[in-house]
Design a protein around this ligand. Structure first.
Ligand SMILES: NC(=O)c1ccc[n+]([C@@H]2O[C@H](COP(=O)([O-])OP(=O)(O)OC[C@H]3O[C@@H](n4cnc5c(N)ncnc54)[C@H](OP(=O)(O)O)[C@@H]3O)[C@@H](O)[C@H]2O)c1
Length: 347
């Protein structure tokens, strides 16, 4: 599926094989936009932890919306104000959206929490936000969906597709990004792999690890998000964005083990064994960050649907190779911009 209707340079799809083949791309400072009041939802999450300081450093006035719950870290930097809000509670959204120009909508979940469903948070929550945004006169919404969003896939990808549909028919200017799995300091993905490598003498691979992923470094996604806030010409686009490498999940685990000096044998667990082992491990108090459901989400939303990567062709970002970015990320320690990893699913 894909990409946008407003590509700046459609001829620059380029091979996705690696950074050596990339030419030097224009820096994003090419986009010149006045400072805006930007509401970021899901502000206590991983991606927002990287986006908030970037937006503030570019002169935007940032309002960070969180649910005010105990636990999640909050990025503090000049230019960032925090406001409480819950997308499933419309009464909380008027204050959050008041006098905002742009919303970056990151609040969402890949697995339902007790007492709420994917539909309530991802679909109805997005609709609630759009209504509040229209009332407040918001000019643009940047929606972070997920690679693989589709009306006929499982509940997660269906909820993403329905939310995209709501955004596109809202009447508000929009930009939709569908990222592949995102990694970087304080992420869910590499942090979960590291947790297993640290705790166990072998890495239990639930099912077949040969499916390919195209992980995107969080700083690359943040570049694309910043431009989605600032650039008039990307409006109306739906862009799949991913890293340069298409690598099997098994290779990713091996690479993380090598870079972190935690090499472990990989133990494949066939489908019939995986579920009982996961249940047993949970009942014994072991963390099992990759459940069958989370792996299904990873497997479906895995690689770009075509050869073009709008991260390069539209956003002019030279995507960071997985191993290089991982080396940087692990050499600077596991602490992220908000000071530590969070619990949560793989996506
Ligand atoms: N990370 C990835 O690999 C990846 C890939 C593709 C798409 N995405 C999507 O991109 C978005 C951001 O990802 P992320 O990794 O930063 O996710 P994250 O760390 O799990 O953060 C999700 C955020 O959503 C908030 N949230 C959940 N339910 C909410 C509600 N009812 N009202 C308001 N806020 C709510 C959470 O708030 P609390 O802190 O209060 O729980 C949290 O701040 C998510 O929608 C995610 O599904 C992520």
């Amino acid at each position: 599926m894909a990409s946008g209707s407003t590509q700046a340079d459609p001829g620059d799809g380029g091979p996705l094989g690696g950074v050596a083949e990339c030419e030097q791309l224009d820096p994003i400072d090419a986009a010149v936009t006045p400072s805006r009041r930007v509401l970021v939802t899901g502000a206590s999450g991983f991606i927002a932890g990287h986006l908030l300081p970037r937006l503030a450093s570019r002169g935007h006035r940032v309002r960070a919306m969180w649910r005010g719950r105990e636990g999640p870290a909050r990025t503090s930097a000049p230019g960032i104000d925090w406001v409480e809000g819950d997308v499933t509670r419309p009464d909380t959204l008027g204050r959050a959206t008041f006098e905002c120009d742009v919303i970056v909508h990151l609040a969402g979940c890949s697995a339902a929490e007790p007492g709420s469903s994917l539909e309530q948070v991802n679909v109805a929550g997005t609709r609630n936000l759009l209504v509040a945004g229209l009332d407040a006169g918001v000019q643009r919404i940047v929606y972070v969906s997920a690679l693989g969003a589709c009306p006929t896939a499982g509940p997660y990808f269906r909820s993403r597709f329905q939310a995209e549909d709501a955004v596109m028919s809202s009447g508000i200017e929009h930009v939709i990004l569908r990222p592949a799995v995102v990694y970087g300091p304080s992420d869910h993905f590499v942090t979960s792999i590291l947790a297993l490598l640290r705790k166990l003498p072998v890495f239990p691979m639930l099912g077949d690890g040969t499916f390919r992923l195209q992980p995107i470094a969080v700083e690359d996604l943040v570049d694309a998000l910043t431009q989605s806030v600032e650039r008039p010409d990307v409006e109306g686009g739906l862009y799949e964005v991913a890293g340069p490498d298409r690598i099997s999940f098994t290779s990713i685990v091996r690479t993380v083990g090598e870079v972190a000096d935690l090499r472990r044998p990989i133990l494949p667990l066939p489908d019939g064994v995986a579920s009982p082992v996961t249940r047993l491990a949970r009942s014994a108090g072991f963390a099992t960050p990759f459940t069958r459901e989370q792996l299904d989400v990873l497997r479906w939303g895995s690689v770009l649907s075509g050869e073009d990567n709008p991260l390069r062709s539209v956003f002019r970002v030279k995507p960071l190779p997985f191993r290089d970015a991982l080396e940087d990320y692990l050499s600077s320690g596991p602490e992220g911009p908000t000071g530590g990893s969070r619990s949560g699913g793989a996506t």
